[in-house]
Ligand binder design. Structure first.
Ligand code: GAL
Length: 689
């Protein structure tokens, strides 16, 4: 079992069978004859679940107060008759033209004062009282109309909140920001203290004087910037909450969610915070076609989504069957890649696999975006793979509800992503995700799955805990991480962690203030490296004898003046590697100290590939964390385990050669005993004996 707490399955799972399958369905773009054909094709593909009505407001309410529900009634009735369940959207993700004409004040405003106009989508600001009135209005009308509809399984609130625009700088946003600050700080004195406004004459006499961090002559107050990020994330969720309130009132028994965009590219929303208001976590994920290791980014996104879901099963609400239309060059997926992608999400905790979109549009901006039914119709590779995927998912029904097993944890905090990348720092090359992704990649390549865990969530049961560039930490988070080490975990903390508190105030007395005692080191001065330059390290890691085979490794991005300090009952930190170049020659670059039943490691640079691998070897050896199975290189591995203790090993062969995987049991996709080989590009899901 995953060490995370188990929560009761939300109602959506009880109305869906097996691993749900489907996508966004936009029937309003098609004549009735095509909609009829859709029903047959959905049956052929094994579709069980669709998101409907996401961008339908303009047709459902073509002018204010005049509704046309006829087409949606028919669509939902037909889907219900076909046994297909629906995530019904609130239709609010694109305000209709009449509303913008009447109330242009709902439009979003950027930092330089540009008003973003209509003609695409998501052209509203979440703090607009007028927009909220209209959006809750159409939500109520939809909820009243369809509350007892047999197809309704889930509310799909708005769509990808924060997509395209996630920062709002208009006057109404400014007022909402001030009100949010007043609630957060209670008094203007407290705000002045938190923002450090004694600096540069930034003192405020009242909340009325405060503005969003709009374009300014130089760098803006970091406290103001950080709070504005918090505010925007909150404002989008608060808008979600306003729609949710209506849905809860009219349909108290129907679960609700909104589709997140958890990935290495989405920084603006604190999804750990958001998760509290979602009945089930739903995520959209798109591969970057030009990334040769896109399956690893997919795994990062899926693991982080599972972290946001607290380890519970989640819905993959959108991905693509093949090419998208919004990257510079939109490559199709390779043969078999869609199946590998879909099952990789399932391997990492998804219990529903859905696409944008069911039928490829013939007009509009997204007509070159792939779909389940391509422009070419049934006689296409994509369609055949869509049908094959539907059949495969059906066979994976036994996996549903099981949880991914991970003994490695990567601490993840959106606030640290925001704060660590604010301007005026020692180096613009310190990016929150970079080192974390290097570790995640190394674990991925070894067949080890990692859970992403919020710094204040329980770390119980994890053998290995990685803390990368966790620049800002609360006292509670620092104590939580320290107690994981004392309880027996191998905890590694990297450079630029624990530097400031939640107000972005330096923790004085030597870096890294929050972790100095745990690690037994102090840092006097940072020595960030120049662009593209590296620093040599002694290799004290390879075999524990202190000998240095080869030339040792190099670090990039960061170096610093580290000193071992403090002697507790646990003893001082041992220096495992040092910098070997002027001016840091002989200065510790990697240290390890016993901490209670576990250990606390400190890493003062970004090691090269060899260094990362050697370090991970040592961390795994010490912590006893191991791969889900023994397998050849190129095979992605995870294990899900159900409540009865049955294990399901997912083995996804990303290589072009057949691969051996040592697991005994029944291979669910074929229904046969697993013979030990996963064909090139293929997938095996083995229910263990
Ligand atoms: C998502 C969006 C969908 C569709 C898709 C295309 O961001 O929710 O409506 O636009 O991207 O990849």
């Amino acid at each position: 079992m995953s060490p995370q707490e188990k929560s009761p399955a939300p109602a959506v799972w009880t109305s869906l069978e097996g691993i749900a399958y489907g996508g966004d369905y936009n029937p309003e773009q098609w004549p009735v004859s095509v909609r009829m054909e859709d029903l047959e094709l959905m049956k052929e593909a094994g579709v069980t679940f669709l998101s409907v009505g996401i961008f339908s407001w303009g047709l459902l309410e073509p002018s204010e107060g005049e509704y046309d529900f006829g087409w949606l009634d028919d669509v939902l009735d037909n889907l219900a008759a076909a046994g297909i369940k629906v995530a019904l959207a609130t239709a609010t993700a694109a305000p209709p033209a009449w509303l913008v004409r009447k109330h242009p004040e709902i439009l979003p405003v950027t930092a330089d004062g540009t008003v973003l106009g209509p003609g695409s989508r998501r052209h509203y600001t979440p703090s607009s009282a007028v927009y909220r009135r209209y959006a809750t209005g159409i939500t109520r009308v939809l909820a009243e109309r369809y509350k007892d509809h047999p197809a309704l399984a889930l509310w799909h609130v708005d769509n990808e909140l924060g997509c395209h625009v996630s920062e709002f700088y208009g006057d109404e946003d400014a007022a909402a920001f001030r009100a949010w600050l007043e609630r957060r700080y209670g008094s203007i004195d407290a705000l002045n203290a938190a923002w450090g406004t004694a600096f540069w004459s930034q003192h405020y006499a009242s909340f009325e004087e405060i503005l969003p961090p709009r374009v300014a002559p130089s760098t803006l107050n970091p406290g103001q910037q950080l709070d504005f990020q918090r505010f925007n994330s909150w404002a989008l969720m608060d808008y979600y909450g306003a729609l949710l309130e209506v849905l809860r009132e009219v349909t108290p028994g129907v679960p609700a969610t909104t589709n997140l965009m958890v990935s290495s590219a989405t920084k603006s929303m604190d999804y750990f915070e958001w998760a509290q208001d979602l009945d089930v976590i739903a995520n959209d994920h798109y591969l970057v076609a030009a990334d040769p290791e896109r399956q690893i980014e997919l795994a990062f996104s899926a693991d982080l989504t599972r972290g946001v879901a607290g380890g519970d099963p989640w819905i993959l609400m959108e991905h693509s069957t093949s090419a998208v239309n919004w990257q510079p060059r939109n490559q199709p997926k390779m043969p078999g890649e869609m199946l590998r992608n879909s099952l990789a999400h399932v391997a990492r905790g998804a219990d529903a696999v859905m696409f944008f979109q069911w039928r490829q549009s013939f007009a509009g901006s997204e007509k070159f975006h792939s779909a389940m039914v391509p422009h070419g119709g049934r006689d296409t590779r994509v369609w055949r793979e869509v049908v094959e995927l539907g059949a495969s998912l059906k066979r994976l029904a036994p996996v549903r509800g099981s949880r991914v097993e991970s003994r490695a944890a990567i601490v993840f905090d959106y606030e640290a992503w925001w704060a660590s990348e604010i301007d005026s720092h020692p180096s613009q090359d310190v990016k929150y995700l970079d080192l974390m992704r290097a570790f995640h990649r190394s674990l991925f390549l070894r067949g080890i799955s990692a859970d992403f865990v919020h710094p204040t969530a329980s770390l119980e049961g994890y053998g290995l805990v990685l803390v990368c560039t966790l620049y800002n930490v609360t006292d509670a988070a620092a104590a939580n991480i320290a107690s994981a080490a004392r309880a027996g975990a191998t905890v590694l903390v990297s450079y630029f962690s624990g530097i400031v508190d939640e107000r972005d105030h330096i923790r004085l007395g030597g870096y890294p203030g929050a972790f100095r005692d745990l690690l037994g080191v102090t840092v006097e001065e940072f020595h960030p490296l120049l662009a593209g330059s590296t620093v040599k390290l002694s290799n004290g890691l390879s075999d524990g004898t202190g000998e240095s085979p080869g030339d040792g490794w190099v670090g990039s991005v960061w170096s610093e003046h580290v000193r071992v300090v403090g002697a507790s009952t646990d003893g001082p930190a041992e220096v495992l590697a040092t910098f070997t170049e002027y001016p840091l020659d002989g200065v510790p670059a990697l240290t390890r100290r016993p901490a209670g039943a576990g250990s606390a490691w400190y890493l003062a640079t970004f090691p090269d590939q060899d260094g990362i691998e050697a370090l991970v070897d040592r961390l795994l050896a010490e912590s006893g964390v191991a791969a889900a199975a023994e397998a050849d290189q190129g095979v992605e591995l995870t294990r899900r385990r159900d409540a009865d203790g049955r294990g399901f090993v997912f083995a996804i062969n990303h290589s072009r050669a057949d691969a051996t995987v040592r697991v005994a049991g029944e291979e669910l996709l074929s229904g046969e005993r697993f013979a030990g080989t996963v064909p090139a590009g293929g997938v095996a899901v083995i229910a263990e004996d």
